[in-house]
Design a protein around this ligand. Structure first.
Ligand code: PEP
Ligand code: MG
Length: 479
């Protein structure tokens, strides 16, 4: 594209009549962009490629680093201010050894993606982008340490520790349960068929969160066709025979914009028309997704469950359940608990749907009024915050009282000690990136349900995330 003679001639003409080179490139690309965007489904999909080429040329002209994910043939640690979901879709998992980001909290998409890839990540590291390129760094995701230029001896030692950790985990297998046999199904969070092999290899007992919007982030200009959706959903459903697969309908907006679903300018997108709200404003898109799910599940021996993101109240839950029924979907319908109002009134929501799934990432964001993309407020997104645990307890208790299930599919479920606490709070399943499953399985297997309940009570009896973590660890280590 960059070598196209007509495009070059257009740029030169614009420069001759007075544009700067950067402006000329931008404007020349704009006319091609419009042509492609209107030229049918396949070519419209190439608009993003054209924008990428344009941005790279403009960056070169301005003498600033290339935007987006760098090209490399060698494995590398990616250091960035933050990563957008669309950037991360382009990463080659064979080449990325780890992430370090300046922004982003523990539930940001960079952190979620790192867990999905099973690579270590450190987020919210101030001045991370000051790190020089080509420096050798070692990233320890379990302690949050980034070591600069470690000596060859230290490198060898770090490699040995990493290999030992991996070997210990490989030994864990089987369904999730406490040491006294209380079952806690361990499910996988997936973003599409590409994540399935790792989930199966980790022994996931099903899928607890299929983030369907991830399939469409790289081409968010138009709504996905029903047929394309059927193929993608079926590929995931087929991988889990006789198992639960919980599919979340498109969750667009704020940190996951999809052009065909996002509203115009809003002063606070995270508080605007997003998640279920946008689907209710675009009932045709919701209907086509539900129909695609119904078709994808046809004839497969799978327990399909479908849930809505960002449910605020009973009215939302009812609107979603009605839409599922109208689409003829034979599945369980559920609601995500991501807004404090949904946890507070979980019983009312359970009058309309059959299960709850706690999205602790957004639940923390909305409980603490702390943007999950902002490193500076990462302290408040810590899922060990006792206020968050209180809301989890409320939702789990409502589900227990009505004989329904209440899982956790936010990043909280991926923390092995917190997973024990969540179990103690009454949560009925845990869903996480595949790489975390062995860690959580091993932690649960070490403790009884009663110990988990005592750890949960201890964590809720204090007033900070640090104290909650310490209190739970103390109970679980039997000190
Ligand atoms: C959540 O908010 O916890 C969640 C699971 O959804 P997402 O991270 O995709 O917003
Ligand atoms: Mg969410």
């Amino acid at each position: 594209m960059a070598l196209d003679p007509e495009l070059l001639a257009d740029v030169e003409r614009r420069i001759t009549v007075g544009s700067t080179a950067e402006r000329a490139v931008y404007d020349a690309f704009a006319s091609y962009r419009a042509l492609l965007a209107n030229a049918g489904e396949y070519l419209a999909g190439r608009v993003a490629d054209l924008d990428d080429v344009r941005n790279r040329i403009v960056a070169r002209l301005m003498g600033v680093p290339m935007p987006g994910v760098p090209d490399s043939d060698e494995p590398y640690v990616l250091v960035a201010r933050d990563l957008a979901p669309a950037d991360t879709a382009l990463l080659d998992p064979a080449l990325v050894l780890g992430f370090v980001t300046e922004e982003g909290g523990p539930t940001s998409h960079s952190a979620i993606l790192a867990r999905a890839l099973g690579v270590p990540a450190v987020v919210a590291l101030a001045a991370a982008t000051d790190l020089a390129e080509d420096l050798t760094v070692a990233v320890d995701g379990s302690t949050g340490e980034v070591l600069l230029d470690p000596s060859p001896e230290r490198q060898a030692e770090l490699r040995r520790i990493a290999a030992e950790r991996k070997a210990a985990l490989a030994a864990s297998s089987g369904p999730g349960q406490t040491s006294d046999g209380h079952p806690v199904p361990l499910l996988a969070n997936v973003g599409g068929p590409a994540d399935v092999p790792a989930a199966v290899a980790a022994g996931a007992e099903g899928v607890g969160l299929f983030r369907t919007e991830f399939l469409f982030l790289d081409d968010s200009a138009k709504a996905p066709s029903e047929d394309a959706q059927v193929l993608a959903y079926r590929a995931v459903l087929e991988a889990f025979p006789e198992s639960r697969v919980v599919v979340r309908v498109l969750d667009a907006g704020a940190d996951k914009p999809l052009a065909f679903l996002s509203p115009g300018e809003e002063p606070n997108p995270a508080l605007g028309v997003r998640g279920l709200r946008s689907l209710l404003e675009h009932p045709g898109i919701l209907r086509s997704q539900l129909r695609a799910l119904a078709r994808a599940g046809e004839g497969l021996p799978v327990y399909l469950e479908v849930m809505a993101p960002m449910v605020a109240d009973r009215q939302d839950a009812r609107a979603f359940a009605d839409a599922c029924r109208e689409a003829g979907l034979r599945a369980k319908f559920g609601a995500m608990v991501e807004i404090p109002s949904a946890a507070l009134r979980a019983r009312a929501i359970l009058q309309e749907v059959e299960f709850l799934s706690l999205g602790t990432n957004d639940l923390a964001q909305y409980t603490f009024a702390a943007d999950r993309q902002l490193g500076s407020v990462a302290r408040l997104q810590d899922p060990w915050q006792p206020a968050l645990l209180d809301l989890v307890a409320l939702a789990a208790e409502a589900a227990r009282a009505t004989g329904k299930s209440c899982g956790v599919c936010g990043e909280a479920a991926a923390d092995p000690v917190l997973a024990c606490v969540l179990t103690g709070l009454g949560v009925t399943s845990l869903s996480m990136g595949a790489a975390s499953i062995p860690y959580v399985r091993a932690a649960l297997a070490k403790h009884t349900l009663a110990q988990c309940e005592r750890a949960a009570a201890a964590a809720r009896a204090v007033d900070s995330a640090e104290e909650a973590r310490a209190a739970a660890n103390q109970v679980l280590s039997g000190e």
